[in-house]
Design a protein around this ligand. Structure first.
Ligand SMILES: Nc1ncnc2c1ncn2[C@@H]1O[C@H](COP(=O)(O)OP(=O)(O)O)[C@@H](O)[C@H]1O
Ligand SMILES: [Mg+2]
Length: 262
């Protein structure tokens, strides 16, 4: 699969804090990349630079082979990058239908630009179709406000939104925090579906079991740098955990190979 995004020497400072100290990372097409690391490692900051929330202080971002500057969330979306933060990416008081199209609602007279009236009929029809497609149509009315939904249903809506705009890269920053078992399984199922449909996913989580379950690759950050980049099939839960907690990836990998010879 061709590369979706390449990050080279990405740097980001907050005053005297060097949150990103030169991050190099390539995201390939159709992969689930788990982005791991202890609190404060720089995961969210990295994601925010890719999603147009923080400008970078140094380095180069390349999307689909073209060097880009990503100055706003809108620009990130236009480049095919959708980021899903827990709860915050939805507007709780707006309907499910509106949320599915937020910022990209179908309009009746497109020539009027931002003043064009929303095509509410089409909006609702499209939303219902989408909800059916992701299998959560049963009891959900596209007109209901998002704040009437459970955490898992909200995640599903946010992920559906990313899927329908055929984002090439979907980023989930700790999407299963505070979700129940059923809802969490729903999110994991979505991640697999999204990958199987050819999208790439960056999945930030502290749950190593989820990583072993859905990810193809694990990238570990520590103090603003990437310290390990492994294929899941080449590692195991304990090694991954050890690397996140500070062990040296190369030493562990050598130990793993050595162990397999016996
Ligand atoms: N908006 C901000 N202002 C100042 N410091 C920040 C800000 N965001 C993050 N940091 C700092 O940058 C470092 C990385 O944080 P973060 O990216 O949130 O880590 P992670 O998501 O891996 O837990 C931490 O030291 C954090 O305190
Ligand atoms: Mg974070």
């Amino acid at each position: 699969m061709p590369e979706v995004m390449k990050l080279e020497d990405i740097r980001k400072n907050f005053g005297s804090i060097q949150a990103l100290r030169g991050v190099d990372l390539t995201v390939n097409g159709g992969e689930v990349l788990a982005l791991l690391g202890d609190n404060g490692a720089g995961k969210s900051t990295l994601i925010k630079t890719i999603s147009g929330i923080y400008p970078i202080d140094g380095g180069q971002i390349t999307v689909a082979g073209k060097p880009v500057r990503i100055n706003s969330p809108r620009e990130a979306m236009d480049l095919g990058i959708e980021t899903i933060h827990q709860d915050t990416s939805l507007a709780p008081d707006l309907s499910i239908a509106r949320n599915l199209f937020l910022g990209r609602e179908p309009v009746t007279i497109p020539a009027l630009g931002v003043f064009a009236p929303l095509d509410l009929k089409r909006l609702k029809a499209e939303a219902s179709k989408l909800l059916r497609r992701v299998g959560i149509s049963k009891n959900l009315d596209a007109d209901a406000p998002v704040n009437s939904l459970s955490g898992g249903e909200r995640q599903s809506i946010a992920i559906s939104r990313a899927m329908q705009f055929s984002a090439s890269l979907i980023i989930l920053d700790e999407p299963t925090n505070n979700l129940g078992v059923e809802e969490t399984n729903g999110v994991l199922r979505f991640i697999r579906e999204v990958r199987d449909a050819g999208h790439s996913v960056i999945y930030i989580t502290h749950n190593i079991h989820h990583v072993m379950n859905v990810a193809d690759r694990a990238v570990v950050m520590r103090h603003g740098r990437i310290v390990a980049d492994l294929m899941i099939r080449d590692t195991d839960l304990l090694s991954l955990e050890a690397i996140i907690m500070g062990a040296d990836a190369a030493t562990l990998a050598a130990g793993l190979k050595h162990g397999k010879q016996h």
